[in-house]
Ligand binder design. Structure first.
Ligand SMILES: C[S@@+](CC[C@H](N)C(=O)[O-])C[C@H]1O[C@@H](n2cnc3c(N)ncnc32)[C@H](O)[C@@H]1O
Length: 195
């Protein structure tokens, strides 16, 4: 059984008693969870020993596929919902994923703690909040030169422009908007760098 088939089996079994993700078919799992998460690989690949914080990871995306593909990458998966973090911890134990850790709590609180503040090379977030809010959540986790990677589906230009002031205030500058297609869907990774 491949590692992703094992992950799919774990997720399906858990989802049967505790709702952790709406993406339940095998086809959607591979496309919307695995393939979409791995769209971050080209961005993080020049820093394989880096530390990545997955803010609002939910059932573990994008952090779990990234931890699977890059054993040198240290991945911290965070969510404010305890049942999701319990599930993510069970996946870390079962696969196992020694380079991953699960942390429960609101990101804006965790970022003020010594073990998280300014300690990450990357903060990734998919489908968690608007860009303006994400900037405020993500910036404190990043070291100088670290990158925020926000995965979005639509209206990115409008959102980026609305978030300009928040970016400046939080020491983030827009580096790139990496657009890609996921099947027929338009997707984008908005990349900010911490000054
Ligand atoms: C729609 S889900 C997306 C989950 C996952 N990133 C994905 O794309 O499959 C959004 C998640 O963000 C979490 N979340 C929202 N605000 C948060 C915060 N301030 N700190 C930590 N997690 C948060 C929610 O609990 C929820 O699990």
């Amino acid at each position: 059984m491949t590692v992703y088939e094992k992950l799919f089996a774990l997720q399906t079994a858990y989802n049967a008693h505790t709702n952790i993700t709406r993406i339940s078919s095998r086809e959607d799992f591979y496309l919307k969870h695995i393939e979409d998460s791995l769209a971050l690989l080209p961005i993080i690949d020049n820093a394989r020993t880096a530390r990545l914080f997955d803010l609002g990871a939910g059932a573990g995306y994008p952090g779990i596929p990234l931890a699977i593909e890059r054993p040198e990458l240290q991945v911290t998966l965070n969510d404010a919902t305890l049942k999701k973090i319990k599930y993510v911890q069970s996946v870390i134990d079962a696969l196992p994923l020694p380079n991953a850790a699960a942390v429960w709590g609101r990101a804006e609180k965790l970022s003020q703690q010594k073990e998280h503040k300014g300690r990450y090379d990357f903060v990734a977030a998919r489908a968690v909040a608007g860009i303006e809010e994400l900037i405020q959540f993500a910036a404190p986790f990043l070291r100088t030169g670290g990158k925020a990677l926000f995965m979005k589906a639509k209206n990115v230009e409008t959102e980026i422009s609305t978030a300009k002031r928040a970016a400046a205030k939080n020491g983030l500058s827009l580096l790139d908007v990496a657009k890609y297609k996921l099947a027929e869907m338009d997707r984008a990774i908005i990349i900010y760098v911490k000054q």
